[in-house]
Design a protein around this ligand. Structure first.
Ligand SMILES: Cc1cc2nc3c(=O)[nH]c(=O)nc-3n(C[C@H](O)[C@H](O)[C@H](O)COP(=O)(O)O)c2cc1C
Length: 352
């Protein structure tokens, strides 16, 4: 079944990037329930974090399943958790196409999707249909929220989306780091961030759904100090490090000049450095999720050693197909055994 899926992925690789993505989602929507139940993961990969028991630390990053249409199918492919979104309160079309570019020689992608999504009611309807994580059918599902592009009060948008979607999710990510909604990243500034987090946490109520904030890799030391300070002071549960970058390291592919966020292999080094710096600042007081350029078990292990309790990936899936998830997990388990660790938790942050 897996090699059949990888064969399908190699056919999809010939189509324009966004067409291939739409087709993949449609296929997963139909064939997802037919996928075999995943095999058990090795005990060394189990992670306790955010009050949840993750079967393994390898998650699907936001942006693949914007409308929460296929989280259970992605869990069946072996992901330890799936983050859906970004979802905004109202549906919006995003930027004009083309807006998604493969940089094949660089094992990278540039996207300027611009939060295209069906809005929170669509995501809520999809999430309400899924099995829940405690019976193992749905898998652990996070929901990533954002503000509408034309919103006059962006913080109110986060509150609205949070109130609607948090009861349907295992955790919520406040995304303030997309480079494709003008001005959004300004919410990473100390005062704005304090107000935003305060508003979301106040809306959380007694259910106490875990709240994470997702940050950009393009932040200087002062900004990182400030974010760490606000995160610790307000008492959020964790940070996702990181979103795509607006930087352009040397690239070989034709599309390198396209505007948008760069992800994949060239993001691995910079995002891991920021992750390590964040771990030095917050220690084990916050859960860190490492994302950016993971394409192997060794990459996932490097993020864990830099401070991540959990990791996420998206771009490598475009090039490697769904068999990648199983491969990364077995390589990661081998890395842990080789270095004498019995669990992921033992290795978290040892390079920081
Ligand atoms: C096509 C595409 C769309 C994305 N959309 C979102 C999004 O809606 N919200 C978000 O927080 N991150 C989004 N991301 C960023 C990813 O979640 C991830 O943080 C980033 O791509 C780095 O991981 P990777 O190198 O494994 O792809 C998107 C990435 C890609 C490639």
């Amino acid at each position: 079944m897996r090699s059949f899926l990888d064969f399908g992925a190699s056919l999809l690789a010939r189509l324009p990037a966004e067409t291939a993505h739409d087709l993949t989602l449609a296929l997963l929507g139909r064939a997802g329930p037919l996928l075999p139940r995943r095999l058990g993961d090795p005990p060394s990969l189990r992670v306790q974090a955010l009050g949840l028991s993750f079967p393994n630390p390898v998650g699907l990053a936001a942006g693949f399943d914007k409308n929460a249409a296929v989280p259970a199918a992605m869990a069946r492919l072996g992901f330890g958790f799936v983050e859906c979104g970004t979802v905004t309160p109202r549906a919006q079309g995003g930027n004009p196409k083309p807006r998604l570019f493969r940089l094949r020689q660089d094992r990278a992608v540039i996207n300027r999707m611009g939060f295209n999504n069906g809005g929170m009611e669509k995501a809520a309807a999809n999430l309400a249909r899924r099995g829940n994580s405690s019976n193992g059918i749905g898998g652990i599902t996070g929901i990533n929220i954002g503000a509408n592009k034309d919103s006059v009060d962006r913080i109110a948008d986060y509150r609205t989306a949070f109130v609607r979607l948090a009861p349907l999710a295992d955790y919520v990510t406040v995304n303030i780091s997309s480079p494709n909604t003008p001005g959004l990243r300004g919410l990473q500034n100390k005062d704005e961030l304090g107000r935003l987090i305060g508003t979301v946490l106040e809306a959380r109520g007694p259910a106490r759904t875990p709240v994470l904030v997702k940050i950009a890799p393009d932040l200087d030391e002062t900004a990182l100090d400030e974010i760490a300070g606000v995160a610790l002071m307000t008492g959020i549960d964790g940070l996702i490090v990181s979103n795509t970058t607006i930087a352009r390291p040397p690239l070989q592919s034709a599309h390198y000049r396209e505007a948008g966020g760069l992800s994949g292999a060239p993001l691995f080094g910079p995002s891991t450095a920021i992750l390590r710096g964040m771990r030095r600042r917050v220690g084990n007081r916050l859960v860190l999720i490492g994302a950016g350029g993971i394409a192997s078990g060794a990459d996932a292990y490097a993020k864990i050693r830099a401070g991540a309790s959990l990791v996420q990936l998206y771009t490598a899936l475009v090039y490697e197909g769904p068999g990648l998830v199983t491969r990364i997990k077995s390589e990661l388990a081998e890395c842990l055994t080789r270095d004498g660790y019995e669990s992921v938790a033992e290795a978290v942050g040892i390079d920081a």
